[in-house]
Design a protein around this ligand. Structure first.
Ligand SMILES: C[S@@+](CC[C@H](N)C(=O)[O-])C[C@H]1O[C@@H](n2cnc3c(N)ncnc32)[C@H](O)[C@@H]1O
Length: 221
């Protein structure tokens, strides 16, 4: 999707993907990653997700990246925090880094973020990030995550629905594609459940949430 697509959605308040509550599957399956408290979690395409506040409440430092600055502003406001901000030059342009409390949230394009800016990341939390990207970008997204967070395991939450029932985003990404993207040795399916239709895009007959633990690159367990 072009950046303008997302900017327009935020501007017009068409953010049906945003949940007022923490995702139940995060609370349920995060412990399977068995991370030490104090470790850093990366949340790509973070929006203003309340899940970041839950991760911070578990004792994690949280690093996010989001194209749309107003989303990050709204997150900090909800947390009662006033971030300090600076601009970092990147090969493709620049990213604005907002820091407050346990959060470092980058405003800009994920693909401009490099390993040095991100720092040492123990885990990635992907909810509505991979499935927000069209097919050609998903492979690039996974390769980029592996490059910038090479030691990170991951909790990945995907949605599935019938082919042709919705244009996307969110796109339907099934287990076969997850295995193709991450490699069989890294993918550990944790759960599947049918969601109420209101939890997803309209016009879909059955909406399924699938949760995976993804082992860090080169670490099959
Ligand atoms: C479907 S939303 C999910 C947001 C969040 N993960 C959640 O669960 O609420 C996808 C978000 O990714 C952002 N986004 C899309 N492409 C991006 C990119 N290349 N770099 C950074 N953010 C991006 C959009 O602005 C949007 O807020």
């Amino acid at each position: 999707m072009e950046p303008d697509f997302w900017r327009q959605r935020w501007r017009e308040g068409r953010i049906g993907f945003h949940r007022a509550e923490v995702l139940p599957s995060l609370v349920r399956y995060w412990p399977t990653l068995a991370l030490p408290a104090g470790s850093t979690v990366f949340v790509p395409l973070c929006g203003k997700s309340r899940d970041m506040a839950w991760l911070a409440a578990q004792g994690h430092r949280v690093v996010g990246v989001e194209l749309v600055g107003s989303a990050l502003q709204a997150f900090f406001e909800a947390e009662g925090l006033s971030p300090e901000s600076d601009t970092l030059a990147t090969a493709g342009g620049s990213l604005v880094r907002h820091r407050a409390g346990p959060y470092t949230l980058f405003e800009g394009d994920l693909f401009d973020l490099d390993a040095a800016m991100l720092g040492d990341v123990a885990a990635i939390y992907d909810r509505a990030a991979l499935i927000a990207l069209p097919p050609d970008l998903r492979r690039r997204y996974v390769a980029h995550l592996d490059r910038i967070a090479p030691k990170a395991s991951q909790l990945l939450v995907c949605l599935e629905y019938g082919e042709g029932e919705h244009e996307g985003p969110p796109f339907s990404v099934d287990a076969v594609e997850v295995v193709t993207l991450y490699g069989e040795a890294r993918v550990h399916p944790l759960a599947r459940q049918v969601l109420p239709k209101d939890d997803g895009p309209g016009g879909v007959s059955v909406l399924t949430e699938a949760v995976y633990r993804i082992a860090a690159p080169n670490i099959a367990d």
